[in-house]
Every structure is written in structure tokens, then in C-alpha cells.
Design a protein around this ligand. Structure first.
Ligand code: UFG
Length: 326
């Protein structure tokens, strides 16, 4: 029958893919999501769904849950700069309530969706977990604050926790029942889905935010990781979590691709023209963000298998086209 898991934010992009993986592995899943940014249709068919806030998690958590996988959060860097209080109230305040509810219910294992944005402007590439954490925006700061809260909870109250720091998540997951789970942000701000919208003719051109960075082609370099590889790390993290310990692992492929390389890959994969225009730099964008994921490989036994950028883009393209015809 497997174990029972609470997935907060399981109607969002990464949460829904992880929920689908848990179900495919034979577990029971309850999704808690307030649908403020998630989609009801993103909740996998086999999951129980609760429409509610993490602030009220105590209403539903009980000792039958083996662990919580916590994805519910606001995640737009730009929005966090103009509306930081939203990020402190929800991401930090909400997680405070969730941790208290877990303590009260005796649910003592947590996997947390953290981010490379906790590192800020990196001094090195690839970035290891012991790199300095100096977030450049309130989104990253709120996620770092939660990582600190989790460390305290582990030390003081014996929580077993793993924080997974994602780099640039992309692609889509096709579940065993044929359902495809992908990225559907509104507004969309991420590079790959936006470039695919241009390929579909839904946007005129892609804006390249800055081509004067100190990188080979002048555009920003990012580490794109397939959402299904990312999801697998969460299942491994559940097994690796130890009482009283807070393990932090980066998740990325260790390969950087520039904005222009991503656009060129989309042209090749889709066969469609993708006009581009050079635009000013976007505030707060580091030139290069590439992960060292050696710790996840060593301690979780994680083996990403979908590391080819064209394959990641092809899966995202399949999802985008299905959405178009849905
Ligand atoms: N970009 C463009 N044009 C666009 C959109 C993006 O040139 O229209 C560029 C960005 O400037 C950046 C790169 O494409 O250089 C990737 O941008 P994304 O918005 O797709 O991703 P980010 O690297 O900004 O952000 C991701 C996650 C964040 C996380 C951050 C830190 O989405 O949640 O990585 O690792 F905080």
C-alpha cells in the first residue's frame, strides 16, 4: 500500500510532478493547495485533494502521514521585489504554521523545495552547498529563512529534513496513465515556456535580457534540470532524511546553457522560427548559475538521466502543444 504523504503545493508545476511520482511508486498522496497559483487539473487523479492554506495545515495533518513534501510558496523573483511582505507572510509565515502542525501531529519528516536563489550572485561555478548564501531578492531570502527555520526545528525538535535547492527546472512529465504534467505559470516569466510560446506563434519574439554579460555569447548561463529527474530526487530524499539532521542538496546537471543556446535549441526541436530581440538586463540576474550536485549524487544516490537540453525542450514542447489543443 506504500506510505501516506502530504504534498503542499501539489497543484503547481513541481509539486504535481512529485505527487505523480509518489503515486506511481505506490504511495498514497494528499495534495494541499489553495489554488492561488496552482491548477486543480494539475492534481494527479489518484491523489486526495484539499483546497486549503498551509497556514491551516493543523486541520488536516495527523500521525497517519509519514512525511510532508512542501512546495507551497510564491516563487516570482520580480514580484517579490515589489511586494516583499507577500513572500514573508506566505513563504515564511505559512511554513512556521506548517512546522508547528507537523510537530503537533507527530509527523517528523520533511522534504522542502528550496532554490538556488538562496545563494544570490555566486562567487564560483559550479556552486556547492557550502557557498555563501546572500540572496539578491526577497524570494530567495524567504526560502533561505525557511531553510534556517528547518535547521532549528531539526536541532531542537528532532525533525528529519532535506532541503533541495533547485536550479532551473524545465521540461514536463508524462505519467504512466498518459497524463502530462508541465509548466503553466500565469504570468509566465520563465525562459523555456516563453520561447516555446514564440515558436507556437503566441508571442511575436523572445526578449533576450542582456547580451553584455561576461559569458561566451554575452547572455546569461543557467543549469536546466528536467522536472522528472528533480522529482526522483524527492523520493530519494524521503529515504535519506535522518532524525535531528537537516540535509541541504543542490539539484542541477552541472552544465550551463546560455539564453541564446536555449533559443537555438527551441528552433531545432520545434522546427519553427523564433524571432529574438535584445532587451536590457533584468534586475537581479546573475551571469552564471550552475549547480554542483555532487552531494545529491553521493548522499541521495541521485542519478539524473534526462540531462540533454534538446530532450528537456522536446518534453516541454509536447506539453505546450497538448495545452494548445486541450
Ligand atoms: N530570460 C530572458 N528572456 C525572458 C525570460 C528569461 O532572456 O523572456 C533569461 C533570464 O534573464 C535568465 C534566463 O533567461 O538569464 C533564465 O530565466 P528564468 O526566468 O527562466 O529563470 P531564472 O534563472 O531567473 O530563475 C530560476 C527560477 C527561480 C530561481 C532562480 C535561481 O525560476 O525561481 O532560477 O536559481 F530563484
Amino acid at each position: 500500500m506504500g506510505n501516506k504523504y502530504l504534498v503542499t503545493g501539489g497543484a503547481g508545476y513541481v509539486g504535481s510532478v512529485v505527487a505523480a511520482h509518489l503515486l506511481e511508486a505506490g504511495h498514497q498522496v494528499t495534495v494541499l493547495d489553495d489554488l492561488s497559483t496552482g491548477h486543480r487539473a494539475g492534481v494527479p487523479a489518484g491523489a486526495e485533494f484539499i483546497e486549503g492554506r498551509i497556514q491551516d495545515a493543523a486541520k488536516w495533518l495527523d500521525p497517519s502521514y509519514r512525511a510532508v513534501l512542501h512546495f507551497a510558496a510564491f516563487s516570482q523573483v520580480g514580484e517579490s521585489v515589489v511586494n516583499p511582505e507577500k513572500y514573508w507572510v506566505n513563504n515564511v509565515g505559512g511554513t512556521t504554521a506548517l512546522l508547528a502542525a507537523m510537530r503537533d501531529a507527530g509527523v517528523r519528516t520533511l522534504v522542502f523545495s528550496s532554490t538556488a536563489a538562496t545563494y544570490g550572485e555566486p562567487e564560483t561555478a559550479p556552486i556547492p552547498e557550502d557557498a555563501p548564501t546572500a540572496p539578491t531578492n526577497p524570494y530567495g531570502a524567504s526560502k533561505l529563512a525557511v531553510d534556517h527555520m528547518i535547521s532549528g526545528e531539526c536541532a531542537a525538535h528532532g525533525l528529519a529534513a532535506v532541503s533541495l535547492r533547485y536550479f532551473n527546472v524545465a521540461g514536463a512529465h508524462r505519467a504512466a496513465d498518459g497524463t502530462t504534467y508541465g509548466e503553466r505559470h500565469d504570468p509566465e516569466t520563465h525562459l523555456i515556456p516563453l520561447v516555446l510560446q514564440v515558436a507556437q506563434g503566441r508571442r511575436e519574439a523572445i526578449s533576450v535580457f542582456g547580451d553584455d554579460y561576461p559569458t561566451p555569447d554575452g547572455t546569461c548561463v543557467r543549469d536546466y534540470i528536467h522536472v522528472a529527474d528533480l522529482a526522483e530526487a524527492h523520493l530519494l530524499a524521503l529515504d535519506a532524511a535522518r532524525a535531528g539532521e537537516h540535509l541541504i542538496c543542490n539539484l542541477g546537471n552541472g552544465n550551463g546553457f546560455s539564453v541564446r543556446e536555449v533559443i537555438e535549441t527551441v528552433r531545432k526541436v520545434t522546427g519553427h522560427p523564433v524571432p529574438e530581440v535584445t532587451a536590457p538586463r533584468r534586475g537581479g540576474d546573475p551571469a552564471v548559475l550552475v549547480a554542483s550536485a555532487e552531494r545529491a549524487k553521493e548522499l541521495l544516490g541521485w542519478r539524473p538521466s534526462r540531462t540533454d537540453l534538446a530532450g528537456i525542450v522536446a518534453d516541454a514542447w509536447e506539453f505546450a502543444r497538448r495545452k494548445e489543443t486541450a
